[in-house]
Structures are given as structure tokens and as C-alpha cells.
Design a binder for this molecule. Sequence first.
Ligand SMILES: [Zn+2]
Length: 377
Amino acid sequence: MGNKLISFTKKRDELKYRGTTCKNCGHPLELSDKFCPNCSQANSVKKLTLRDFFDEFFASVISYDSKLLKTLSALLCRPGRITKDYVNGKRVSYTNPFRFLLSLAIIYFLAISFNSDFSQLDDYAIDEKASSFIGDNGTLNLNFGDNEQQNELSQVMDSLKIADNILKISERIKKRDSIILSHPTSSFNTYQDSTFGNRFSGKYKVISLLINQKEVKSYSKLLDEYDIEDTNENKIVFNTAKSVSKFSKQPGSFLNELISKLPFATFFFLPLFAIFIWLVYIRKKYTYTDHLIFSFHNQSLLFILLIISFLVDSVFKVDSNGIFITIFSVYLFMAMKRFYEQGTLKTIVKYLFLNTIFFILAGISVILLFTGSLITY
Ligand SMILES: [Zn+2]
């Protein structure tokens, strides 16, 4: 197929079709130039036939494929080598590290969002009616099991005086809620002048009651119906209350959404992480960008291994994550040793330090992502 393609493309760059200026960028050309030295477009004035058009398409796919294969094999078989080649200027034969990592993140993202179906967790949602085992008249609703079991349970609870205390607390909460619900706007406004923490939690209480009990679905409805001032703070309180209410009703969907965002979090913390690599290897000749490329390559390999692990798991119904993470740990050590060319002991110390930093940064990103998801969910 390769030879056939070359014979097709030869026709377009035959001598009789060559021009003296580049059709793409206007750069002056010699008739001996097969390609423009400025933009590398083929030097040809021949009108595109349908055949030429598809030839060009397949030639670009094949050149991308061979780059991809070369990148993959270099990455998999020779830890650290690909980064070394790349930063030393051998670039055209490999795919761009950032694009490579982005593609892998997308593939990994698709894989886990198909797989991790947490929506069955939604069945465990907090159902407010079911969980309130205290009836409207203030008696305990213990409608489970047979009569004997109920009696037994009542006796135990009585003897512990738990029921009494729960009743007292629950009555107080109910009273407070009904006061708030009968005068929502004035209750809301009583918190206006208190300190930030009190104001936020007070407003939050009122708004989440309105969301859960009065079906206030949107921020504009809250403003219109309850005459509440349109401020940034009120909007944040509303969004938080709404997310929490949604989360308690559908915890599984929330987790799905969070996990599907994880691969993209790496793009936020890798640039930060590269600063630490740069500090650890400050005496090496590498620039910040070189360290960043090193971390892109290794993160790409981690994604590849996680994707393989995902495939193995779904075919053989096993849990192979641990094995692949171990492979990665060994790989990373070899990559560091080869790329930075330092002794085993020095590399071990730096390896341990950088891994600690990596986990701290990843942890912070997950927390930020979690908070962000909760507010915008
Ligand atoms: Zn050109």
C-alpha cells in the first residue's frame, strides 16, 4: 500500500506540475523544490483530482499512524528515552506530547464514563419522607417488622431514652422550620447583618427549606416569589443549597460526573508539578518546558496502562489496577534514572520526594474538583 501511495503522489509533484511560487504561502520556489521550504506544502500546480484528494488524505493518516506507533513503542519500551529524544530536537518522528496526553485523557475519560456506573447508588438517596420516622403528631412511626419486633424496639429505645431526645430535637427543628417557612423573607433578612459564617449558614437553611419544601427550582423564582435581593452571595448560597439537595437525591450521578472529570484535572496540576521537578533537578541543563514534557510523557504512559487495565478488567472480570500501578512505579523510576542520568541512591530520594508531591497535588486537585462539582452540580 505504501509503494502504491508513493506512485500516486509522484504524479502530482512531477516536474511539469512544479511552480515558482508556493500556492500556500507565496514563498519563491525553485523548480527543483519538491516541497516549499517555508511551509512544507507540496510544490504542485496540478488541479486536484478526486484520486489526488484521497491520496493526500491517506498519506496524512499513514504519517500520523507511523508517528503514533513510533511514539507508543518508544514510550513503552524505552523509559525516559522518548523525552530525551524530544528535548534534544528529534521531534518530527514523534507526536506532540501535549496532544498525545490530551488524546489519552479523552480515551480514558470515555472508558471510565462507560464503565463506572454509580447511578445505582441513586437508590440509596436520602428520602426525606422515609427517613423521618417521627410522625406529624409527634409519635414514633416504627412501621417495620411485625408487632413483636416493634414492641421490642420501642422498649429498647425507651430504656435508653433515645426516643425522648430525638423527639425533643426533632420538635425543635420542626418548629424552627415552620417558623422559617411561614415568614421566609423576614427570616432570610434577619441574617443580613451577622458575620459571614452565620449569615451563610442562616441563609442556606432558609433557601434549602424553600428548595425542598416549596419546590423553588430556580434562582429567579426565589428572587421573584420571596422578594430576595439579587446579590452574588445569595446566588452562591442558592447554588450550593440546590447542589446539595440534588446530591442527596442522586449521589450516584454526582460521583459519575466527578470521576469523569478526573483525567482533565491532570492538566491543572502537571504544570504545577513540573515546577517541583525543576527544583529537584535545578542543576541539570533542562528547562522548565523539558521537565513539563517529561511529566506529560509519564502521565501518558500512566493513562495507557490504566486503559489497558480497564480492558483487562472488563474482559476477564478481575481487578488489575494494582498490577498496572506497580508496573508504572517501576517504569517511572527507570525513566527518571535514564532521563536525568543520576545514580540510583540520588534517584531513589528524588523519586520518593516527587511521588509525595504528586500525591499531595493530586489530592488537592481532587478536593478542588469535588467542591467545584458540588457547587455547580
Ligand atoms: Zn509555502
